[in-house]
Design a protein around this ligand. Structure first.
Ligand code: SF4
Ligand code: SF4
Length: 217
């Protein structure tokens, strides 16, 4: 899941200052789950914009605005009102914003309502934690399912640095050292011999951006 958080209203109004008639797009998946682009947030955004003198002509909430067929369908359903709109404000992550821009055949100016923060897992209490950096070379199989690329401040692949102190990270005494977590997990699994295996260095070419995965011929 991609975590995003709404920008301050003042910043949004500054980016929309040249436009009065606005169309809103939300996100029924990630942004709805992290409360930055679901139905309640769309309704509140409409009220906030209208209190600031804008007119919200309409809104839609595709399941996932980053999926072309879904956003195309929603934009097509709203084409009449979009023809009268001057700009689109997207309450989703940057993927949703760019997908709306690419699939809006009217070529309206598209603005992000949110900042995109990180990819996360959600716990049973609804909190979000970054656990993977999407590095394109997963080592979880060798690190007892704990990602040092993400959880270690230095992304170390071969054990802790010299700064680890009482199990905590030298960059933040509140944070567990990733390699202590890995050690404990391997100890629990009786696999401590594995921790001595040296990981080869990462091939950073694999994580060069932008990534793509072409599925169509
Ligand atoms: S090693 Fe870590 S950052 Fe890389 S893919 Fe695996 S979980 Fe994600
Ligand atoms: S103390 Fe542990 S988590 Fe922090 S930088 Fe060093 S190895 Fe990484």
């Amino acid at each position: 899941m991609i975590i995003s958080q709404q920008k301050p209203l003042g910043e949004l109004l500054a980016s929309l200052k040249e436009y009065k008639k606005i169309f809103l797009v939300g996100c029924g998946e990630c942004a709805a789950t992290c409360k930055s682009g679901g139905e309640p947030e769309l309704i509140k955004m409409k009220a906030d914009l209208e209190a600031a003198g804008k007119t919200v002509l309409g809104m839609c909430m595709p399941g996932a605005p980053c999926v072309a067929p879904q956003i195309k369908t929603e934009l097509a359903k709203n084409i009449k009102v979009l023809r009268d709109s001057e700009a689109i404000l997207v309450l989703a992550c940057g993927l949703g914003v760019q997908s709306v821009k690419e699939n809006d055949r009217l070529g309206l100016p598209v603005f992000p309502a949110n900042n995109t923060l990180f990819g996360a897992v959600m716990d049973a209490q609804g909190n979000f934690y970054e656990k993977c950096s999407m590095c394109a070379e997963c080592v979880l199989g060798e690190t007892a399912g704990i990602c040092p690329v993400t959880l270690c401040a230095k992304g170390l692949l071969n054990g802790p640095c010299g700064g680890m102190n009482k199990g905590k990270c030298e960059t933040d005494s509140e944070k567990d050292c990733a390699w202590v977590l890995i050690y404990k997990e391997m100890e629990k699994r009786n696999k401590l011999d594995k921790i001595k295996e040296i990981h080869k260095e990462r091939d950073y070419k694999k994580s060069s951006r932008p990534h793509k995965l072409i599925m169509s011929k």
